[in-house]
Write a protein that binds this ligand. Structure first.
Ligand code: MN
Length: 390
């Protein structure tokens, strides 16, 4: 008997934590375009913004709420009545709506940011969930900086908000400090104490561990994960949506998990977000980087040209690209097979001897020039054809 894989839910926050990326500022119609792309991919909940922060932000969230009916539309709020009412006002017209109040729980944040005692923070969390629940059943609550908080206080806050009828408890590695097994244990401990708790994992990438931490959260019982396209977000960003999706898709059988996300729209959504955010994707970024399906070394290129599975664990098609997006970079370390493939793409079919000649020429040129462009390749091919007699 095979067990059905667990379907992981997504709290997609490209439009909120992603907009907190220093330098990013979406206009309302841009937020709408991104929201439509994300909803079309099948992400469950879209965290669309922080309505109290500005009139423009309120309008943007309300615009999405009025137009997008194929995902849940959520907005965030600090744990005070004005924020929560404003958040609810922005999303309430949506076909499916939710709100997520939050408060900092760590000793450092309580002292420095809030100047509040544990008891006061607890009271604010309780009141926030209670007020939210007067508007909707879909009230999630985030414990900011959970991973730097006293264990007993985390459990106390969880107990309080669960009693008030919170839907998802969002455990946050706000500063990207946790190690994967620590974050996993945090989720396991909360689940052990409150088996009915539904947990969302919010992980930042300051140490490059956001996806690993989120995955450990999921493995230990978190039902949902907070992510951003292209790994956008505060500082080093959040767990990248496309990475979490493709980890689960690629290793589904071993993880016992699956996702209901249309992976074939990953590349186009990544490009849309890169364009509208102005944040270019690093070339070696997993899944969506320009080099994710490109090969540089001669041994690798030879293997891939024979059978792409030799050096690829995913296909370009799986994220909405084509085999034409699989590039053989002709560099100093490349082999004849890559050169031959590139020249064929440009319409040159060289004989074996000619290819040797062209190859020598390419290597000489690469001693002087960083990359060979199409113009250089044509020059090599034409010169080879002129200078060799077959
Ligand atoms: Mn965050």
């Amino acid at each position: 008997m095979t067990t059905e894989p667990r379907i992981i839910k997504f709290y997609e926050t490209t439009l909120r934590d992603g907009e907190q990326t220093p330098g990013v500022n979406y206009f309302p119609e841009e937020k709408l375009a991104i929201a439509q792309a994300l909803a079309g991919m099948g992400f469950d909940t879209l965290d669309c913004g922080f309505p109290i922060s500005s009139p423009g932000e309120f309008e943007a969230v309300r615009l999405i709420a009025s137009k997008v009916d194929n995902a849940e539309i959520c907005a965030i709020a600090r744990a005070n009545p004005a924020d929560i009412e404003r958040a609810w006002d922005a999303v309430k017209i949506a076909a499916h709506s939710a709100i997520q109040p939050f408060i900092s729980v760590s000793p450092l944040h309580r002292k420095v940011k809030l100047n509040k005692t544990r008891a006061e923070v607890l009271e604010l969390a309780k009141a926030a969930v209670a007020l939210g629940r007067s508007f909707t059943e879909n009230v999630d609550f985030a414990l900011e900086d959970t991973t730097r908080t006293e264990h007993d206080f985390i459990l106390e806050v969880c107990e309080t908000i669960i009693k008030e009828g919170v839907r998802f408890v969002t455990l946050c590695d706000t500063v990207g400090f946790a190690l994967p097994w620590e974050f996993g244990k945090l989720v396991a401990d909360v689940r052990h104490e409150f088996p009915q708790a539904r947990i969302s994992a919010h992980c930042h990438d300051d140490l490059g561990l956001a996806v690993a931490n989120a995955l450990e959260g999921l493995r230990n019982g978190a039902e949902r994960v907070d992510t951003c396209i292209n790994g956008l977000g505060e500082r080093a960003g959040n767990a990248a949506s496309e990475e979490v999706v493709m980890v689960i898709k690629t290793r589904s059988a071993d993880l016992g998990m699956d996702v209901r996300v249309d992976t074939a729209r990953i590349a186009s959504t990544s490009r849309l977000v890169a364009r509208l955010s102005g944040m270019q994707v690093q070339w070696t970024k997993p899944i969506v980087g320009q080099n994710a399906f490109s090969h540089g070394g001669g041994i690798h290129q030879d293997g891939v040209l024979k059978d792409a599975r030799t050096y690829e664990i995913m296909t370009p098609e799986s994220i909405g690209l084509t085999s034409a997006d699989r590039r053989m970079h002709m560099g100093k370390l490349s082999g004849r097979a890559a050169l031959d493939a590139q020249l064929r793409e440009l319409g040159y079919q060289l004989e074996k001897e000619q290819l040797n000649y062209a190859f020598e020429m390419a290597k000489l040129l690469l001693g002087k020039k960083k990359v060979l462009e199409e113009m250089d390749m044509r020059y090599i091919a034409e010169t080879t054809v002129t200078n060799t007699i077959v």
